[in-house]
Design a protein around this ligand. Structure first.
Ligand code: SF4
Length: 280
């Protein structure tokens, strides 16, 4: 049975999610802040973590953005193969949701021409990724992505001989070179394998996994924890002011790759780890 969904419902959902994502930090992120506060030894680091918790409370209660950088609007769509979208163009419906959400929510518009820097004026175009999946549902994630942490993200096309040691080195090196710029404590999304662009997309998708949840692959789970320990030995700390809490988590997704390649993408996510989802 094919199920019809009006694209106007997509616009409404994207609009609401864009506003909510920018104002309400996830409970998983807040739990991580609290745990980090318990473990952080640096007084300045503890002070910063306390401020992040307070900042999130004010944003949630007063309905103001968690951060002035309300990001480019990244939108993931999982479209059930039994869904028939009616009433217009799906992508235009998403753009309209972003336009309305960023307008009515008084969220900063951050999208501009790369050379002239002329602002597009309404935070469109959204960055849209679609996946076709079994079923008759449409799942939507809105993921505002700030520029500071995105700028510190890196992609490496390593030789296969670099192996696991080379992969770990590049991840830790990326965090070290980023220093305070991506507003730590960060979440480090990693895509290993695939092609050039798949690695980057896997890294970004890995950031959608709730913080504190284990990687479904036990080997990757062990690797994530091992790399997190290495990162938190760097001493960068909350907001780069020193401490053991440089990152809250490392999330890894892995795909098979070409026999001649070993792509590694590191998508750095700042402490304002914003994403909200809805199912139509
Ligand atoms: S990196 Fe994140 S926390 Fe820092 S300014 Fe950008 S959105 Fe805000």
């Amino acid at each position: 049975m094919v199920r019809e969904i009006e694209v106007a419902a997509v616009t409404q959902a994207v609009k609401a999610l864009a506003i909510e994502a920018n104002e309400v930090l996830g409970e998983d992120v807040l739990d991580c802040f609290q745990e980090a506060l318990r473990n952080e030894e640096s007084p300045v680091g503890r002070e910063v973590l306390g401020q992040l918790i307070e900042n999130a409370r004010i944003a949630r209660e007063e309905r103001v953005p968690i951060c002035q950088d309300t990001g480019l609007a990244v939108v993931f769509l999982e479209i059930g193969q039994d869904v028939h979208l009616v009433g217009g163009d799906l992508k235009e419906a998403v753009h309209q949701g972003v336009r309305e959400g960023y307008g009515e929510g008084y969220l900063r518009k951050s999208s501009c021409h790369p050379f002239t820097r002329a602002n597009t004026g309404d935070n469109t175009p959204a960055v849209i990724y679609t996946d076709i999946v079994p079923g008759d549902r449409l799942k939507i994630w809105v993921v505002p992505k700030g520029g500071g942490s995105e700028n510190m993200s890196r992609l490496f096309m390593l030789p296969p001989s670099a192996g696991l040691a080379g992969v770990k080195e590049k991840i830790v090196e990326t965090v070290k070179e980023a220093g305070p710029n991506p507003c730590p404590p960060t979440i480090i999304g990693v895509g290993i394998g695939g092609t050039f662009e798949q690695a980057a997309l896997q890294a970004k998708k890995s950031l959608l996994r709730p913080l504190g949840s284990p990687n479904p692959d036990p080997e990757l789970d062990r690797l994530e924890k091992e790399i997190l320990v290495l990162i938190n030995k760097l001493g960068i700390g909350p907001q780069g002011l020193g401490g053991r809490t440089t990152s809250l988590a490392v999330h890894i997704r892995l795909l098979p790759c070409h026999i001649a390649s070993l792509p590694v993408a590191v998508n750095v996510q700042c402490h304002a780890s914003r994403h909200k989802e809805a199912v139509l």
